[in-house]
Design a protein around this ligand. Structure first.
Ligand code: AMP
Ligand code: GLY
Length: 428
């Protein structure tokens, strides 16, 4: 089987590494891939959002299967475009990808089908939004851009003034472009966050092992929101009881709702959950694997990833085995100093041989690297993800940091407390 993976980050590297273990997979291509992915797949210089270019390439090269990993090509309808050419692909159709592509769509769906989420109201007028916020007079208040905003479209406003400024920057200054023309104003929820990625063929849903992201740039959850600075799996707050409750009140109702709406969701549906005092609630849906959640979840997958992916496309997920190991995984992201704001690229990376650690103590997933005549250099905000797998969470965290210590580049930034909150959950 000849497979094309669309995307070029750490998530895609983790997907490719896992697909390589499938006996059916003989050739893997990545578009665009990156310097480290090039060790595991043939990289093709096409942008992940180039629907026409990628579809034409897949047809020309007679791809047997395409995995569309990032949100934007999914929301733009890449899976539909490939299907028109008779090429099966992993990921939702355009209409189903609205679960992530439009916050208004997902919030309205949850309301209609009684799926627990934060109370909200939708506005396309900044003044009306402000009147609503003033009438509620409860802070913090959450303001979200309707459309995709590179994971940055959520503002948590502590005061009336912050809300005013936030609305202005989204709706008038358009810092997120058209994505912010419509906003969702939402109740602020509290509680531990859990990421649950799941496989679904539109009828059956099989959750993967749970995980915990660390979104803020600095230790103790301080600093700006990022794409994610590290992850651990499983998430200790996600007990079997909570999992059962989520299945009944959130996962199955969402799958059924999408079916009822005539846009069944296939691929990986990511549930961003908050375990509030009033039970688990949906913070967000993503229509794809999380990054860097994938870098701790897939290493724990014991079943064959390619078989599962095909089952989501063929509608045979119910009969397909999805089994995870009982181990724990931790991933520490090595980022460029300054990320998620301005940072420099082109810094020489030392400590790796062919993109991996010589001692094999951890798996290194490449997020933003480039191969040059001088060697491997940084080429993005998030540069590498270092994942260790061990019997205990404590062991996995220790091993991931010990492995990360072997890697360096100028102005490297990482958090030093990945997994700390999860360990506290075990202690309490
Ligand atoms: P998102 O980009 O939707 O993942 O949101 C980024 C982060 O904002 C989430 O991981 C939460 O920590 C936080 N967040 C989003 N919505 C809410 C909410 N209603 N209440 C509290 N925190 C939220
Ligand atoms: N790590 C969060 C996300 O992938 O959206």
């Amino acid at each position: 089987m000849k497979i094309l993976v669309v995307g070029g980050g750490g998530r895609e590297h983790a997907i490719i590494k896992k697909l390589k273990q499938s006996p059916a997979v003989t050739e893997i291509y990545a578009a665009p891939g990156n310097g480290g992915i090039a060790q595991d797949a043939a990289c093709v210089d096409l942008k992940a959002t180039d629907i026409e270019g990628i579809t034409a390439f897949a047809v020309e090269q007679k791809m047997d299967y395409v995995v569309v990993a990032p949100d934007d090509p999914l929301v733009l309808g890449m899976v539909d475009a490939l299907a028109e050419k008779g090429i099966p692909a992993f990921g939702p159709r355009k209409l189903a990808a609205r679960l992530e592509g439009s916050k208004v769509f997902s919030k309205n769906l949850m309301k209609k089908y009684g799926i627990p989420t934060a109370d909200y109201a939708v506005f396309d007028d900044a003044e009306k939004a402000m009147e609503y916020i003033q009438s509620k007079n409860e802070y913090p208040v959450v303001i979200k851009a309707d459309g995709l905003a590179l994971g940055k479209g959520v503002l948590i406003c502590e005061s009336e003034q912050q809300a005013k400024d936030g609305l202005k920057s989204m709706m008038e200054d358009k810092i997120f472009g058209k994505s912010g023309s419509t906003v969702v104003v939402e109740e602020f929820l509290t509680g531990p966050e859990v990421s649950v990625l799941s496989f679904t063929d539109g009828k059956t849903v099989k959750p993967m092992v749970s995980s915990m992201d660390h979104k803020r740039a600095l230790d103790n959850d301080e600093g700006l929101n990022t794409g994610g600075m590290g992850t651990i799996a499983p998430n200790p707050y996600y007990t079997p009881e909570v999992a059962q409750q989520c299945m009944e009140t959130i996962f199955l109702p969402t799958i059924r709702a999408m079916q009822q709406e005539g846009c069944p969701f296939t691929g990986c549906l990511y549930f961003g959950l908050m375990l509030t005092p009033k039970g688990p609630k949906v913070i967000e849906y993503n229509c794809r694997f999380g990054d860097p959640e994938t870098q701790v979840v897939l290493p724990l997958l014991e079943s064959d990833l390619f078989t599962i992916m095909q089952a989501t496309t063929n509608g045979t997920l119910e009969q397909t085995e999805v089994v995870f190991s009982n181990q724990n995984a931790a991933c520490v992201i090595l980022a460029s100093g300054g990320y998620p704001q301005k940072y420099e690229s082109g810094k020489l990376i030392s400590g790796l041989v062919n993109g991996q650690l010589a001692d094999g103590s951890a798996q290194v997933y490449h997020a933003g690297t480039k191969q040059t005549a001088e060697g491997l250099v940084t080429a993005g905000g998030r540069v590498l993800g270092v994942t260790a797998t061990q019997d205990t969470l404590q062991g996995a965290i220790k091993a991931a940091y010990a492995a990360a210590d072997q890697i360096s580049f100028e102005a490297l930034h990482r958090r030093s407390d990945i997994g700390k909150r999860a360990l506290q959950a075990y202690e309490s």
